[in-house]
Design a protein around this ligand. Sequence first.
Ligand SMILES: Nc1ncnc2c1ncn2[C@@H]1O[C@H](COP(=O)(O)OP(=O)(O)OP(=O)(O)O)[C@@H](O)[C@H]1O
Ligand SMILES: [Mg+2]
Length: 270
Amino acid sequence: MTAKSVLTFNNASLSYPPRTKRDKPQLVLDNIRLSVASGEFVVVIGRSGSGKTSLLNLAAGFHQPTSGAVLLDGKPITGPGAERAVVFQNDALYPWLSARDNIAFPLKIKGLGKSEQNRKADELLAVVGLQNAGDRKIWELSGGMRQRVGIARALAAEPRFLLLDEPLGALDSLTRTRMQGFLLDVWSRSKAGAILITHSIDEALMLGTRIVVLSPNPGRLATDLEVDFSKELLGGAKPEIIRNSPLFKHTEEGLTNLIHSLSPEEEAAA
Ligand SMILES: Nc1ncnc2c1ncn2[C@@H]1O[C@H](COP(=O)(O)OP(=O)(O)OP(=O)(O)O)[C@@H](O)[C@H]1O
Ligand SMILES: [Mg+2]
């Protein structure tokens, strides 16, 4: 495995340009200070529109901060890179390719031969439970299957950072629980750093080594909390036992209250 890496938001702010001449630029992220190192799993939660995807897009290099900096090992991120794999909120697979060829794509870019590409892609297809779907085109797969192909593709290039925007959102609860275990497992074996966005506080608690809450309008870091439940899960503890512990319930309640307390007037208007 490569040496330890760190992805840093150094007082990063992001404004989107005004839509019309009369509008002002919209400040979406305000002065974000956050560091994510290899071996960390940072989960970002917050209301819809609080800037979670925007934060991930900065790390992915799709946007540049309006002020401050986003750095990988001290160097400004100026665009996308293979060492930062992204799974998008809405799957961004290549519809004209089969599931296998989608997963193999980053390996092709890396210059691997066709048989090696296929061998690795088939291995990953099995990991995400799609061993029989390799030949299917993307439009022949369900939403949940597409998400799994997206995750497998992100893992294929063995990136240093996994940037995951609600990667399990379209899954039924059984598959979701299975995929959480799987994600945690691959992440811990890869020693990569991860930033995962979710709307589920339960998922945040189960997967994260840290949980970051974004408050909306503009997105600010409301809290940055270290948690240990994912270590228990990785150590073989049963999810229902973890969920029933007083500390889990207490932390879940604290996070729920915090998110509700952030701009409650918005909720009333929604
Ligand atoms: N490319 C863009 N151009 C202009 N405004 C944008 C753009 N992307 C997002 N926004 C605005 O920035 C704000 C934050 O959006 P963002 O997608 O980061 O939120 P989010 O927390 O990911 O929300 P959700 O939970 O619904 O996915 C919203 O007000 C949105 O309308
Ligand atoms: Mg989003």
